[in-house]
Write a protein of this length. Structure first.
Ligand SMILES: [Cu+2]
Length: 378
């Protein structure tokens, strides 16, 4: 039986209604469960965090070499979470960047009132026509066909509304495309199937690999399951960041709603956007481009710290150094090549400069000269 015919019979209509109600109820039940579990875990955090720390300290002190290689760093606890989804919440997550606050204000103070106003006006007009001008209440219909004033008004007013929306809209777009300043710290987010790698390009080039924590571990740590990650992307707060994204295999998308940040990570090209976080805290995000079987399990956890704490964290990473140290090291590495006196021939091998193969006489890769005439005979 076709869906239309099925829906027209009274019994099937009731069945469909029941099914629709069930569909609506299922996510609510899910939310309720998640909240209960979260509350429970939050209550346990205080008790469980202490022994865990003690355990970690115990294991590190037992093996001094491990401590030397990776000095411990005191990461933020769940009390510092600033950006995460909440069950049953309406609207956007609270915003922690200037662009986010601008967008939130525009949505709440401009778009929502306009949307509500238009909806109420259209509803009122429909009701008025249905009750005042139906066949019983209005037996002799009017034959009016045109009204110049009304036609001008219903053209000009929508145009004005669109102009009022367009000004802040285009301003927001321009703000989002603002290029990072030259002194911005570059961090590259590489999307892999299915985890993230955060490359600290300006801090020695190390990469932090970040995988989702399993549910029991996340709950034990007082973090939201499926959003918590084993290694966080630590960034400095109040400093312009040049966030670059790259897809190592397929297209991913680096998205953190509470920072008003979303940028596709595409194989073969690097995307770039400015990010300046206003306050220290933990911000949760996820991959936002359907990238395969485990797309839903590649969360992003940004931990924003004051610059000095960020630098302290950087030093705990293999090969990690502050931006100033990294630039000094780079300058020192480039010094011999630039200090070469002018006019003296640069030895390509010792200076480390790669010469094009063809410019060197009898280059090994040049190959033998042709022994036969292979030119076309026509
Ligand atoms: Cu992905």
């Amino acid at each position: 039986m076709k869906l239309g015919a099925n829906a027209r019979t009274p019994l099937s209509f009731l069945t469909l209604l029941l099914a629709a109600l069930c569909l609506l109820a299922v996510p609510q039940a899910g939310f309720a469960q998640a909240t209960a579990v979260q509350d429970e875990s939050a209550a346990n955090v205080a008790d469980e965090s202490l022994p865990q720390e003690a355990q970690v300290e115990g294991s590190v002190s037992a093996d001094a070499t491990v401590k030397e290689k990776s000095p411990s760093f005191d990461y933020y606890g769940p009390d510092m979470v600033k950006g995460q989804p909440e069950s049953g919440a309406f609207g956007f997550q609270s915003q922690h960047t200037d662009d986010g606050l601008f967008a939130l204000r525009m949505h709440n103070a401009l778009l929502l009132p306009i949307i509500v106003g238009i909806s109420v006006l259209v509803l009122f007009l429909l009701m008025w026509v249905m009750f005042r001008y139906n066949r019983r209440a209005n037996t002799v219909p009017s034959r009016t066909a045109h009204n110049t004033l009304i036609e001008v008004l219903w053209t000009v007013i929508p145009v004005l509304i669109l102009v009022v929306i367009a000004v802040p809209s285009i301003t927001l777009l321009a703000r989002q495309y603002k290029s990072p300043p030259d002194d911005a710290i570059t961090i590259k987010a590489n999307g892999y199937q299915w985890y993230w790698g955060f490359e600290y390009v300006d801090n020695g080039g190390f990469e932090v690999i970040s995988n989702m924590k399993d549910e029991s571990q996340a709950l034990a740590d007082g973090e939201p399951p499926q959003l918590a990650a084993d290694n966080r992307m630590v960034v400095p707060v109040g400093v312009p960041l040049r966030i670059q994204t790259f897809g190592a295999d397929v297209i991913h998308s680096f998205g953190v709603p509470s920072l008003w940040f979303k940028l596709d990570a595409v194989p073969g090209r690097i995307n770039e956007r400015l990010l300046t976080i206003n306050e220290p805290g933990i911000y949760y995000g996820q991959c936002m481009e359907l990238c395969g079987a485990r797309h839903a399990y590649m969360p992003i956890v940004i931990e924003a710290r004051p610059l000095d704490e960020y630098n302290a964290w950087v030093r705990t990473q293999p090969g990690g150094m502050t931006v100033a140290e990294a630039r000094a090291a780079e300058a020192a590495a480039n010094a011999p090549a630039t200090a070469e006196p002018a006019g003296e021939e640069i030895d390509a091998e010792s200076s480390g400069i790669q010469e094009p193969e063809s410019s060197v006489l009898d280059a090994p890769g040049a190959g033998e000269p042709p022994t036969q005439d292979t030119s076309p005979t026509t």
